[in-house]
Write a protein that binds this ligand. Sequence first.
Ligand code: HEM
Length: 537
Amino acid sequence: MGGSSSGFQTPFLETSNLQNFLLITTLSLLLLKSLQLFFRKRSLHKKFGEREENIENIEKAYKSIPEPRRFPLIGNWLMIFQINKRDHLKKAIELGIKYGPYFRITLFNEEIIILNSPESVKALLMSGNIEHAHRGTLMEKLWHKEMEGMIIYPGGEKWKARRKLLNRPFTYKSLQLHNPCFHKHSERMVKQLEKRFQVGSGGEQVIGVVDDILKQSTFGISSETLMGADLEKLEEGSMFCENLDVLIECAFMRVLRPWLLIPWIWRRSSFFKKTSNAIQAMGKVTFNIIKKYEEKAQLAPSEDSDLSDTMIQVMLQNGVDPQLVFSEILITLGVGNETTPVSAEHALFMLATHQEHQERCREEVDSIFDNPLMSKNGILEFDALKEMKYLERCIQESLRIHPVAMSMRRLEAPLRINEELVLPKGVSVLVAPFILHNQPKYFPNPEKYDPDRFLPDQIRERHPYAYVPFSAGMRSCIGMKLAMLELKVILATILRNFEVHTPDKIEDVGFMVTSTIKTINPIRFTLTRRHCSSNSG
Ligand code: HEM
């Protein structure tokens, strides 16, 4: 055997080609870095009118932001993506504790600063400057140009105007109009859960997963509240939720496989076909609903409480093109569909693993359901949900331990974090609540499930930006109030009707980062029907 000296060569690995390639790549990166530095200094100069020596200090502070060991070219890519899936959140929390209030990771040529102190989170989210509310290049590539101005679009004045318009359907006043549908969908959920957890012929308890049923329920409430129609009753409407999942799954595929962001590759991929089919099916349903609105608009729209203050009505009344109304509905429901059911499942898991808190919640829920002023014929009044204070604290604590979303920004202007540190224009900044919420400084014993952390006194003593599951400021979650109402009504209805247990343990449940932060496997539950004198129905 001639071994390596056989003279066999591949043209790609020919030494001189390889050397040239490495030389050109290194020179290009150096050039890019010097240009970045030049523009960074210029923008600091322009923005803050800083003197040369101050700029030097600011640069020094920026450079001294700690970072894990990075490799040439790929930066920290290996550390982020090659870690065992089971360690996703644990690893991130460890980094937070090791590196402190802010640290840097580098993915190829992109610097991402992770803000890990309430003060720096406040500086970003509450800056009030639209140039700090931009979502970043990845989002620009994911959502095509026609979507400019939509709520999900990275940023700009058009986004701001749309956001202002869409705030209305998400206010308590508007959501209250749709209270009957909250009850209707939770009743449907009870029936589905009963079916799944029917006690077997031998009287044995059934272990099952409930994430699909929770999803149908939160989707039912969100879609009816925002579109004004019970999709389950419409022809093809019942498939809407599944099609929405396809849409989000294919969009996330483009993040995992970045070559799918190149338009001509994307259009030839099977994911594009799946996306188009899903959009077509959902379009048919949505445009039929829009037609109904247009017909009713000629009669007396304001008297129909099913339709008033829904997203569709607000947009049509303000002259938004029906095609954009459709896209906006898809994106908003898609985001809600990814976050609320996962949060509901986790909150239920926390109550199943902490029976003492489950019991306290149930006592509160029973007393409200049994109060004729708060519940008529088993239907909760809208204000009754506000009275579920203990349940609310349990949900808040669950969202602290397992916040499902993060906030990503690309700075379009320098951002002052404190006296010493200014983040330059062009860098990406990330607020990761699962790192922030696990800091012993703000949440002593962070792994402990303790709903009393959300007692008014404790909240007052804590920095307000130490807890941001829905983000904060001009780009915070538009669906926060709706999500909290959904979580309360769903959990209250479950606790009213069932006793909840789980064979799973928190230390065995791993979390992974996908389009949201989910458990690796669905959690298993056992539900036992309660036989109280008056159940919810
Ligand atoms: C427990 C449930 C939920 C959680 C934890 C959650 C969390 C978040 C977070 C952290 C953001 C990012 C904000 C930022 O970039 O700073 C966000 C944005 C958003 N959420 Fe939620 N969300 C939830 C439920 C919902 C629901 C039910 C809807 C609507 C049906 C919704 C619609 C949106 C939209 C449209 C945005 C983008 C807002 C914008 O860019 O202006 N979310 N959410």
